[in-house]
Every structure is written in structure tokens, then in C-alpha cells.
Design a protein around this ligand. Sequence first.
Ligand code: FRU
Length: 469
Amino acid sequence: MEELQLMKQAVQALMSGMPQALRDPHRPAWHLAPSVGLLNDPNGFIQHNGVYHLFYQWNPLGCDHRNKCWGHWQSTDLVNWQHQPVALVPGACYDSHGCYSGSAVVADGKIMLAYTGNVKYPDGSRTAYQCLAQENAQGGYDKLGPVLPLPPGYSGHVRDPKVWHHQDQWYMVLGARDLQDCGKVLLLRSADLRNWQLLGEIAGSQLNGIGDFGYMWECPDLCTLDDAEVLICCPQGLAAQAERYLNVYQAGYLTGKLDYQQARFEHGAFHELDLGFEFYAPQTTLAEDGRRLLVGWMGVPEQDEDCHPTLQYGWIHTLTCPRELSLHNGKLYQQPARELQRLRDEGRQWQDIANNAPAWPIDSAELLLTPTGAFRADFGGAMTLAWDGNLLRLTRNNLRSGQPEHRYWRGTLNQLQLLFDRSSVEIFINHGEAVMSARYFPGPQPLLHLSGEAPLALQHWSLTPCMLE
Ligand code: FRU
């Protein structure tokens, strides 16, 4: 579809669809969600002149994965967000089937977007161009066209440029599927963002001793934490194990040392970034105060998306809350961005045997739990979290089959921080050692019920709704 045509239809979709979307009791009170239609990956996360910009994959016309535009929100505090002009709309010959994921950098004082132009052909094949777009005076973005066609040796699945600056050069990582159906991450270099040289594959299936590791890697992101490099990536095609890789596609990270000259990345084992039901395609940015922040998509491609109850209200998916990253003994920790504490009301504290606990409202709430032994928490009858002293188990009924499904974490549990927002929960374990993010769809005014023989300390805050402007 032509760009202008798509925008006209998007305006209509918003005008006729927003009242219905706003009536949905499962719409988040303080997480980012699409006004109408489908949201997936966060894109172009950056802070520039004190302002955070967060773009997102957005289909304004429906709840399926077509017509991918870049929506755009901005914020000065990571809590209050304002809509901005739609940044990218597909329709040029090089992005006819979607302005796919990518990143933002500041070059010559302006925000520059690097994204993938996805092009599909009638025979079902596809190609991809890595493209640029530059901020204009109206707060919109002007497309500058492709800067990189498909590199030889790869399928049409080469996408999701993440660009950063390092020692006077620009670097890019791309997710790719090679001609042998191995997922890879490519490293490229440029002096001017326009001319890119492929330096090589820095990670992937059959590379660096990782063995067979999926047919496609999406949404890579490379960042430095302390003195290590962390490569975030989303492998597709990993076989599920008893307690790992249970989602349709995975999002995880590798830590190691990147040799920029040799394009070699020596890294350790792959770890999942989030052990919940919904988490994918996260992106990081370096805030001006030095923090490394991460936002993810609280969804997974092709994972029962057609069963979400929000479809009846004409929208689907949310982003995660913004998180602060740090590295401890090679392990990536994630904690909710400290700004989110501003959403807390005055709060309540409680301590006793879990069985004696009152019920706690969790429509929009934060809880800190310090257990001393086994316990079980029921979230509005729609999800449970159980700790038996070794295993933490999150359970809900599958949206399609109605049968119970589980996600797991093992370790020594000291503390849990739970962030609830209408139809989602993000569970931070031991101050961010692990996270479980999930959507769930409770009835109105859900309550958290605790049970167990062991004493437990708890803090509860209601979180103030904080809608988009
Ligand atoms: C990940 C992804 C990306 C792609 C985008 C398209 O969810 O498949 O690889 O760029 O979504 O919306």
C-alpha cells in the first residue's frame, strides 16, 4: 500500500477504534501499549538532549503482523510519555512490506534511525535493505533510503540494525539467517553511516562452540557493561527443554570480549534474559547519566497471539517497563528503572505467616516480598507463583488450550519485586538476578492471596495510573 493511503487508513482506524480500546479493562495503566492495532518490538530507544525517544513496531490497521510502521513516543522521565508523529510508514520500493526493527543514533546533532526495509515478492521470497531516516524540524523523520542491500551468503532474512559509535567509527550488528539455515549476528563498520563494510559473523549457530543454535537470530544489541560486552539476541528454532526455552522464540544474551579489529567475539553460554511467558526483542540504550536501560516487548511472535482477549477491543501487546542493567559475576541483572518509584502511593507494610495475610489489590500495584520458606501467591485467580524452597514456578492456563502451563526459576530466593499492571506482571527475583514477565487476564479488581506456613514480610504500593498524552 502507498504511504499516504496507509496513513489515511491509520487515521480512520484510530478515530473509530480508540473508544473501544479505551474501554478494555485489561488496558495497562502505566505500561506503553498501542492506541489501536498491534505493537511488537521496541525500536530506536535513545536519550537525546535530556529527552527519551522510544519507537515501536506498529500495525495501526489491525492486530496482525502487517503494515509495520514506526510509532514514536517521547518522555523526559521514563514515566510520562507523549505521542509523537508517526516516524516511519512503509511504502517505498525498498520498504514496501514493512519498516522493520532498528535503532537510533545521534549524528550531526540529529537523531538518525537505522531500520530494515522489508520487501516481499509475489512468489513468497523476500529481500531486506538496511535503511536510514533523519529527524526533521517537524519532529518527523525523512527517509534517506537504503545503505546496505542483502550481503551475499545470506537469505532474505537479514534485519534489525543496532548501530553504535565506538572509537570514531560506527558499528552495526544485524540478525541473519544464512543459506544453511543457521542464525547469525553480523558485525559491520562505517565511517559515515552510509558506506558499510561487513566485518564478519561474531556469534550464531555453529559459531564459537555454541553448537546448533537455531535457524535465525533476530534483534541483536551489543552493549558494554563494566569491561565486558553483552550481546543480546533472539534465536529462533531452539528446542524446548524441561525448564528452559519454553517460549516459541527466545531472547537472551552472551557475555564476552569483542575484538573490533578481528571481528571476533569470545563469549560464554547463552542465558535467557527473562524466564516468563512473554518477552522478546529487547533493546537497550545508554542514558545520559550512564545507566544502560532496556525495554522489551511483552509478547512473543506466533505465541497464541490470536487468543489474546484484548483483540476484541482492537489492540494487542504492551512493552515491558524500562529496566536498568548491570553485570555481577558475568550475570546480567535487570531492575525496574528507579523513576518508576514515582508511581507508588504511600504504601503499606505487613509481616506474619503467609496464611494470615490479607488480600492485596493488584490491578495496578507493586509488591516486595521477603519470604522465609515455601509459599504460594494467587494473582486474581488467573495466575499463581509458587516457591517450594528450590523452585519458583509461575503457572497460568494456556490461552488456547486452557491447560496449565509453567515457567521456572531455580536458586536461592531472598526477595521478589512484583509489578502488576491490569493484564501483566513483571517479577524481579533477588534484586534483578532473574525476571519473569507475563501477560494474564484476570477479572475486575484482582486480589493477591498468599498461603504458606512460613513467615513472610511484604510491602505494597498502589501504582498511580499514568496514561499516555
Ligand atoms: C521481531 C521481528 C523483527 C522484525 C520485526 C518486524 O519480533 O520479527 O525481527 O524486524 O519483528 O515487525
